[in-house]
Design a protein around this ligand. Structure first.
Ligand code: F0G
Length: 455
């Protein structure tokens, strides 16, 4: 049995409320900003007996490792084995899990050679049960919805959130409502939401339009909002940071590079690294940098024009449909984390994204286009002198390559990019393309193809 150990602090006016007082849109009634979960027991001002109850860092590290060999579902989950750092449920029996998390951290030898960064890794969140990092947040927030007795959950999505939500809702025996922009999400993701039984509404608008409609729906019907404005999502999305620290034996990497869409994930990871340092689990935090697609770059523009004080929404255009977002809900949280950790914000072109995706594919790993902005961004950070090749860098690969296989096929067929997008990258892109060869059922033809490929 977990105690109710958390409260919510507004990231705008710092007002603290109990969870019962959260509005259905998760915004502060006074200033309209978003909340963050906080745990009073971790405060330096907390009463001594509470602090004394908190396990010491070595005990926690040991416990988390030990749980991996347990046969209990809550221990096998890479989110809930760290439950001591996300005590958001009253009762562990409310946990809805698909054994998410515990994802691989891969060394990237080819990209290492190309960039000169020997310590270059990909934390592959696409290896989660529904193929994206959203599962880590969904197990957390959907368990909260389950515990609080909601029958319906809902989200607006560019695809991955809806796939994750539909799966976890199905597991919990709950109903789910998905709002997606018609014709603007990858087929793999749409098929997941349908397969897991969501009521899937394709709206004739973009992602930002879906968010506007959903806000009205949750005001008028008792459905629980599971977009990343829900602060419990971010508690689950902290856990890849814990896994990264654990993988480096609690010596954190120098840099973590994260794709930026609605801009919640960068702040969740940043919160985790700051909390780990505060609790004495690690002694520093990595620089957290965010990379956006050039056609969906409101944060990049905001940093350039006002150092993150103002953000003007844009009409978003990118083939990396997961991050096709012009009015990101959590941009202020992201700015705070980039500033607090000394990170940067970069933008990358469609051709840079496509090439980086092919390069990650050539590592035998693969990812979806939105994830590849991390490698494309790394090249720019190195060129700008913001990352030194001697430093350790982790790229957060947010989604599985099978999420958007159409993109991959178009790329390799040479049908993805227009001539005016290829420019200086044309030769590099051509060198990575592996279009299938059509032959007769004839061994000689196959042998000729083999000979050609070996040259
Ligand atoms: N990468 C992938 C694969 C995503 O699906 C998303 C967001 C992001 C990166 C960006 O993360 O929004 O926290 O900055 N996808 C959302 C969705 C918006 O609906 O699936 P963020």
């Amino acid at each position: 049995m977990m105690q109710d150990t958390h409260q919510l602090r507004c990231t705008g006016c710092a007002r603290v409320i109990a969870h019962e007082d959260l509005k259905e849109n998760f915004r502060c009634a006074d200033c309209g900003e978003l909340y963050e979960v906080e745990y009073p027991a971790w405060s330096v001002r907390a009463a001594t007996p509470v602090r004394r109850n908190f396990p010491n860092p070595s005990a926690l590290r040991w416990l988390w490792k030990e749980r991996r060999s347990s046969s209990e579902l809550k221990d096998q989950s890479g989110v809930w084995r760290f439950r001591d750092l996300l005590p958001i449920l009253r009762d562990e029996a409310s946990i809805v899990s698909l054994r998410e998390g515990n994802t691989p951290l891969y060394h990237l030898p080819r990209a290492s050679r190309e960039t000169g960064v020997t310590g270059l890794y990909g934390k592959h969140q696409g290896m989660n049960p529904t193929g994206s990092f959203k599962d880590t947040g969904m197990t957390a927030a959907l368990s909260v919805a389950h515990e609080r007795g909601f029958a319906w959950v809902a989200c607006a999505s560019t695809g991955n959130t809806s796939a994750a939500m539909a799966a976890y809702a199905a597991r919990a025996g709950m109903r789910s409502l998905v709002l997606i922009p018609q014709g603007k999400i990858a087929w793999g993701k749409l098929s997941q939401a349908i397969d897991y039984g969501a009521l899937t509404c394709q709206l004739r608008t973009d992602f930002d339009g879906c968010v506007r409609v959903l806000n009205e729906v949750v005001r008028r019907a008792p459905v629980y909002l599971l977009n990343s404005v829900n602060p419990y999502r971010l508690e689950g999305q902290k856990t890849p940071a814990l896994e990264i620290a654990e993988a480096f034996d609690w010596q954190v990497p120098d840099h973590l590079i994260v794709p930026g869409g609605n801009l919640a994930n960068s702040s969740a990871l940043g919160k985790a690294f700051l909390e780990m340092k505060h609790l004495g689990l690690t002694d520093r935090v990595p620089k957290i940098s965010v990379v956006q697609a050039e056609g969906a770059n409101p944060l990049y523009r905001s940093i350039q024009s006002s150092d993150g004080r103002e953000l003007t929404p844009v009409e978003a255009h990118t083939r990396a449909s997961a991050i096709r977002i012009g009015n990101p809900a959590s941009w202020k949280k992201a700015v705070r984390i980039v500033h607090a950790t000394g990170g940067s914000v970069e933008q990358v072109t469609e051709a840079e994204i496509a090439l980086a995706k092919a390069e990650i594919g050539a590592e035998g790993i693969g990812c979806e286009p939105a994830s590849a902005v991390t490698l494309a961004g790394l090249k720019k950070f190195i060129a700008a002198g913001k990352i030194d090749p001697t430093e350790t860098v982790v790229l957060l690969l947010t989604g599985h390559t099978l999420k958007d296989s159409e993109y991959t096929i178009h790329y390799h067929r040479g049908e993805l990019l227009h001539d005016d997008e290829l420019t200086v990258l044309r030769a590099a892109i051509d060198a990575t393309r592996r279009n299938p060869v059509e032959l007769d059922a004839d061994p000689d033809q196959v042998l000729r193809a083999l000979e050609q490929a070996a040259q």
